[in-house]
Structure formats: structure tokens, C-alpha cells
Ligand binder design. Sequence first.
Ligand SMILES: [Mg+2]
Length: 279
Amino acid sequence: MTVNLFNNVDLVIFDLDGTLYEDTDHFDYYANTLAQELETSKQDQFFADYEKMKKGQHTVAIGKAYDVRRDVIVEVEPFNGHVEKVHRWNGEEVPQSEWKDMYQTPVTYDFDTLIAIGDGWWLPNVAARHYGIENPQPAYDATKEYMATEDFSLTIIEGLREGLLALKEKNSIVLLTNSTEDDVERLLHLLDLEHVFHDVVTSARKPQHTVERFKEIMATYNASTERTLSIGDNYLNEIIPAQTLGMKAIYIDLEEGPMSFGDLKVRSISDLIEQMKEI
Ligand SMILES: [Mg+2]
């Protein structure tokens, strides 16, 4: 990495889940909870698919979308919403002649019939929908409840607190998350990141309201779009809206994949700590 993006901005907006911690146990908990709703005969297939998804060996992957009713995986151009490719669940490509009438206009996500697979939460969700679970919400709620218990722990990323505090000396730093206020309080406590951010915005309703939130935060901190940086692990929530507005964006992606968004992609926020300290 040659350019330190932190040097060229005044405001940095961070996501929380998957960005300031990288643990993924709760995704497995979510998958296990969903699987309990399936008939035994379908559970093995569900887990086989889910394991492949996690290894990047399945058609279902972060960065794509799932059309629930048609049971196909679609690749969508993120800025204009045009469908570019369609695959069946088994990985077979659907010829354009078969789908071009179905996706004539740009698609929008309702996260019910068309799901953007933005981060690790959506892999078990999409697998569950494929195998016939219509409402994954109870399993999601149960997972969130589990995350609030003593059994749930998080791995503190070494040096992150110091890095953020160093960054804070020259930049405004704001946390913008979909998690609720009490979840965030608990997570920040577990991560030893309390009182680090200038501001914490909870229940942000990304991606639908990302642009609005970004604009509000930039106005509060009197920062221009060019001098604001968004960092997150969900391309649809944090990266595409930032780029649409002309902000800078760093995409956190554990997978070495062809899908890439933003000005820079790193595997972990820990790859950015030295740069936070250098500015
Ligand atoms: Mg996230």
C-alpha cells in the first residue's frame, strides 16, 4: 500500500459488525438455528451448501444477489442495478436469452424477494430461503439474543484502540451502524472501544438510508465528500453509497475474490492500524 488514505481525509466513518471485529461464530449460530427449522433430510444439504459458501466455493457469494422466487443467483452492476449474469443454485449459468425479459429494468433490493448478499449474515439466510424457510427473522432474533449473553465473546483486534485514538487526533471519527443502541454499547465494551469515537450513530438502516446518514454526518463535521472516508465490510451498505457520493471507501473483505469495491480492499482493519498511527 503506497497511499495512506487517512492523510487525505478529515472525517472517517466506520461500520461496526464485521469491521471492528471479525469473529464469525455468530453466523454459524444463525445457520444452526435456521437449520433446526428444516426437515432432517434437508439439513445435510443446507450445511453442505453453507460450508461451500464460506469457502468461496459456491455460486452464492458475498457481492451477489439472490432472487428468492426464481431461486437464482444474480450478479448486479452495483451502481446502476442492471443484471449482468444469472446462475442456478447448482452453479450452472442461465443463458441471457432466458433471463433478459425477466430483468429488463434495474433491480432494487427488498431483502425479501430479492436479497443483496452484502455480508456474512446473508449466507445462512439465503441458504435457508433456498431450502424453504420463509421467515428467517426468528432465527436472526435468537442469534442477536445469543450475542447478548455471557457465552458470546469477541476477539479484540490488537492495537485497534490505539490506532483509532491516534487517528482521532487529526480526523473526526464516527461509528455508523445498523445495530441497536444497547447492542452497540455491549459490543464496544467487549471490544474495549468505549469512548473512542467522536460520535456513535445506531439503528442507521443501511443500505436504504446510508446516503442520508453520510450527508448528516458530513454536515455535522463540516467535511466535504472528497475528504470523507467510509470503511466497512458490506459493499452495499458502506462502499457503493460512499462512491456514489464521491467519498473515499475502504472495503474489508476476508475473501480473496474477484468481487471488489471501493478505493482499497483489505482483509482486516488490522491492516490499517499502522496507517492510522502514521498520519
Ligand atoms: Mg458490517
